[in-house]
Design a protein around this ligand. Structure first.
Ligand code: SF4
Ligand code: SF4
Length: 269
């Protein structure tokens, strides 16, 4: 089994599984995935543990599978019709709310399918965030899908703290650790913010005023302000309006240059 087969298999599942739809509309939630691979012994995983943002509780791939060799990470870009509906107003659009709920169910299913696929082929495989050992404490998880995606070359971080991939920021990320040896994907040149226009020295910051909670600043994201707003404002509103206890927002991921692409350099006048 090689990386191309895994990429093709994931793409086939995303494009053919009826779970990748919002039942009320029968329209797709996600486009074809971006797929990347990190070596399980990549030094970056140890660096994550030393970072003030992630911390020592973040696990190494070998904490999930003793003989881990690779981490497969995927990014599922949200379909344009859902992004478009969420570009206006302070509240999440109806399709965004349903995409968050059904989309995460589908992404979990995708990880389970990938784990079964690898197990059936004779390899060990675990989707960390689906195990009982996965935990989130004080807003820090012991397996950050965004950081794993960065390690696997899927993209880099933006001023909004999301991962900007070649297919933009608006999407969901998942990963599977395995003892199958796969070649690692190259990370983008230019460091951990290489795809963000602001970090590249261009005028941007368009994600900042998108946040209704004013949680985004040039100095970084106020994670507590974001989390409070989701819990106290967006969540209860979604519950009242759509009957979902979910608190999707994602306003900072749409109507910006990095919504659906890695933004090219603007033409300087
Ligand atoms: S909107 Fe601009 S500043 Fe914000 S993350 Fe995207 S590229 Fe960076
Ligand atoms: S998810 Fe919503 S509240 Fe949180 S930073 Fe983005 S726009 Fe602001």
């Amino acid at each position: 089994m090689n990386e191309l087969e895994i990429r093709e298999q994931l793409t086939t599942w995303v494009q053919s599984d009826p779970g990748n739809t919002i039942p009320k509309t029968q329209k797709p939630i996600f486009d074809a995935p971006e797929v990347g691979v990190a070596r399980a012994d990549d030094g970056l995983f140890k660096e994550f543990q030393q970072s003030a943002l992630i911390g020592p509780t973040h696990r190494l791939p070998s904490d999930w599978i003793e003989n881990a060799r690779s981490v497969i990470s995927y990014f599922l870009p949200i379909s344009d019709w859902i992004n478009e509906a969420n570009r206006t107003g302070d509240r999440p659009s109806e399709s965004k709310v349903f995409a968050r709920f059904y989309g995460e169910l589908f992404s979990e299913r995708l990880r389970r399918r990938l784990v079964s696929y690898l197990l059936d082929a004779g390899y060990q495989a675990v989707a960390p965030t689906l195990t009982p050992d996965f935990s989130v404490k004080d807003m820090n998880s012991n397996w950050s899908e965004r950081h794993v995606g960065y390690a696997a070359g899927l993209g880099t971080f933006g001023l909004h703290a999301g991962l900007i991939t070649r297919r933009g920021t608006s999407g969901r990320i998942g990963s599977v650790v395995t003892d199958l040896e796969l070649p690692p994907s190259p990370r983008p040149e230019g460091g951990y913010q290489a795809y963000c226009l602001h970090a590249r020295g261009f005028r941007c910051g368009q994600c900042l005023p998108r946040c209704p909670a004013k949680a985004l600043h040039y100095s970084g994201k106020d994670r507590e302000a974001c989390s409070d707003y989701l819990k106290k404002v967006q969540g209860p509103w979604c519950q009242r309006t759509y009957g979902f206890a979910y608190s999707p927002c994602g306003k900072c991921y749409v109507a910006i240059p990095c919504e659906s692409v890695c933004p090219p350099d603007p033409i300087r006048s």
